[in-house]
Design a protein around this ligand. Sequence first.
Ligand code: CDP
Ligand code: CDP
Length: 224
Amino acid sequence: MTKPIQIAIDGPAAAGKSTIAKIVAEQLGYIYIDTGAMYRAITMKALSERINMASNEEAGKLLAKTEIDLQPSEDGQLVFLDKKNVTEAIRSQHVTKAVSEMATHKLVRKHMVELQKQLAKDRGVVMDGRDIGTHVLTDAALKVFMSASVEERARRRFEENNKRGILTSLEELQVEIAERDKMDSERQVSPLRQAEDAVFLDTTTLTIDQAAQKILKLAEERMI
Ligand code: CDP
Ligand code: CDP
């Protein structure tokens, strides 16, 4: 049997990372980890408890008393925050608008990166996020930087939100996505960046299946 590898997928919002990462993980029999869900979960809790994240003491206390658990499911991954299933709730616009600010927090990132490394230890894994290839799984056998035009990404998220019953306009989404990309790329701690050894994949004109097949092929080439 070939040795399981680690696959890191990074890129801007709504590029197709999680959808495609799930398929790749399923095909290879690996676990899938959506790291964005972890930042969303802590954001949701900080918002509901009105935590002042500018205070490192308060932020530290919040992290110490928070349990984020990711469990594989048929649809990819279930997210539990302090044992409560928040898989859908963390996708709200309320959380989406606040998450990138939270993701600039040094203590939060340190905590999440440690958890992510632990989750990926010694197993076949497909992990998606913003800093996976550059900071979390720096030795991953395959790193992919996935992108698509901002118009296409907004269109995709619009359709996805419609299906979820989240009301947003296409214009609003385009602005939100562009703002989040800017914040994620310009932050001081582990900004969104293509790792030097990552393969660039533009999914603008690719179907989900085409993109997944491309990654599976790259993964096979790296398996020994
Ligand atoms: O699904 P979508 O692309 O909208 O976002 P996500 O993957 O759920 O990530 C939400 C936010 O979490 C991102 O916009 C980043 O601010 C942050 N994030 C991060 O900083 N580092 C990661 N590894 C993953 C997400
Ligand atoms: O994880 P990320 O934010 O990068 O994107 P996603 O949540 O996987 O994908 C956003 C939406 O685009 C989903 O509804 C996907 O089904 C859709 N998508 C698509 O239509 N075509 C692709 N090639 C990739 C994703």
